[in-house]
Design a protein around this ligand. Structure first.
Ligand code: AMP
Ligand code: GLY
Length: 420
């Protein structure tokens, strides 16, 4: 099979690595890719949000199967364009991708599906939003309705802070994403991520993970795209995962199908767990980054068969082969991230790293220049390892980190602290 993966992050490197483990893959192209991906697959420059360009590229390269990594091309309808052209694609339609692209849409679906989530109000003007905040009190969560690159959520400790956030959002701080605002009850508990594949009819769980969103150790400081993750997440016990499937995920999928927008792809449910009860924080319509890295490390080459079965509507007959193992990924980021940071520093020590089914250094913001790997993004590398225990996975991941020579970068030293 000739496979095309769209994206350029650590998530896409991990997907590419898993696909390359599978003997059914004859040729892999990743667009646009990064320096790490270029070591295992062909990379091609392509505007991945331009559906017409992606279709033409796939046809010219005799692609049999397209895997869409990030949410932006999905929200832009790239999967629809590919399917319309008769290509097999893993990833939801633009209509189904509204589960991530519109927070008010997701809340409405949860209402219809009777799925447990935070109480909320949905507003198109600041005065009504502020009146709701004053009536509810703080803490309270203010969210831009649309896609805001993970930055459109403000957890307000006071009513004044919530009112300021409302003014910012309606004032255009998040562009069009903030033209509508959702205000939610602040939920207590522990967060975990649950990943399932859906083919429009069947749902197949493929793993749990916990991310570390804050930049600083002990979960302090600014929010980031994620500084590290591990899988499985012990807080998501089998019983709680089953509840999440029965009460939240399956009813959501049924509601989407009922509305004529069946969901096909990976559904990433962000859950808040309190007293054994899961509630939905948000859906994402793609793999998490860096959660994908730990899921792929655990699934290996079978991941491609699962994604393929999902795209062909064969999940009912698919099974996951679980090893009783653990995986961890530690993100190396450029000094200054998530604020401003320098680009172009050279990263040393990468050549001697172990690369096998227990160790992989997945690349995110890297490029090759004059034979050297240089940093071009905020999150740059993902030291990813697997072990019989979480502690073993963690020791292996940090041993890789310690081999990297990159004074211009940093990582959190406490990934996995909640579970260890
Ligand atoms: P979201 O983009 O919706 O995932 O929000 C980003 C982060 O904000 C989540 O991962 C949670 O940590 C936090 N968050 C969002 N909504 C709530 C809520 N209703 N209660 C508590 N924390 C929340
Ligand atoms: N790591 C969080 C996300 O991918 O949304």
């Amino acid at each position: 099979m000739n496979i095309l993966i769209l994206g350029s992050g650590g998530r896409e490197h991990a997907l590419a690595w898993a696909v390359m483990q599978n003997p059914k893959c004859d040729r892999l192209i990743v667009a646009p890719g990064n320096a790490g991906i270029a070591m295992i697959a062909d990379c091609a420059a392509l505007d991945i949000e331009d559906g017409g360009a992606v279709v033409t590229f796939a046809e010219e390269n005799s692609i049999d199967f397209v895997i869409v990594g990030p949410e932006a091309p999905l929200a832009a309808g790239v999967a629809d364009r590919l399917r319309d052209a008769g290509l097999l694609v893993f990833g939801p339609s633009a209509e189904a991708a509204r589960l991530e692209a519109s927070k008010s849409f997701t809340k409405e679906i949860c209402d219809a599906a009777n799925a447990p989530t935070a109480a909320y109000g949905h507003f198109t003007d600041a005065d009504a939003a502020k009146a709701y905040v004053r009536a509810q009190g703080a803490p309270i969560v203010v969210k831009a309705d649309g896609l805001a690159a993970g930055k459109g959520v403000i957890i307000a400790e006071t009513v004044a802070e919530a009112e300021a956030a409302i003014d910012d959002m309606f004032g255009g701080a998040f562009g069009g994403a903030g033209a509508e605002v959702v205000i939610e009850e602040f939920m207590q508990g522990e967060e975990a991520s649950f990943f399932v594949l859906c083919d429009g009819t069947d749902v197949l769980p493929i793993g749990t993970a916990q991310d570390h969103k804050r930049v600083g150790e002990g979960d302090t400081g600014l929010n980031t795209g994620g500084m590290g993750a591990y899988s499985p997440a012990p807080v998501l016990t089998d019983a709680i995962a089953q509840k999440a499937l029965d009460e939240i995920i399956k009813p959501t999928m049924a509601e989407m199908a009922k509305r004529g927008a069946p969901y096909q792809g990976v559904l990433y449910a962000g859950l808040m767990i309190e007293d054994g009860q899961p509630r939905l924080v948000e859906y994402n319509v793609r793999f998490g980054d860096p959660e994908c890295q730990v899921l792929m490390m655990r699934l290996g080459g079978q991941a491609m068969d699962l994604l393929h079965a999902c795209a062909e509507g064969r999940l009912g007959e698919a099974r996951v082969n679980w090893a009783n193992d653990h995986a961890m990924t530690v993100v190396l980021a450029a000094n200054g991230y998530p604020g401003s940071y320098e680009k172009g520093s050279v990263i040393g020590g990468l050549d001697d790293l172990p690369e096998d089914s227990f160790h992989m250094m997945f690349h995110a913001g890297t490029t090759e220049k004059d034979g050297k790997i240089t940093a071009t993004g905020g999150r740059v590398l993902n030291a990813t390892a697997r072990g019989a225990t979480l502690q073993e996975a963690r020791d292996r991941a940090y041993a890789m980190v310690d081999q990297v020579n990159w004074p211009e970068g940093f990582c959190r030293r406490d990934i996995g602290w909640r579970a260890l």
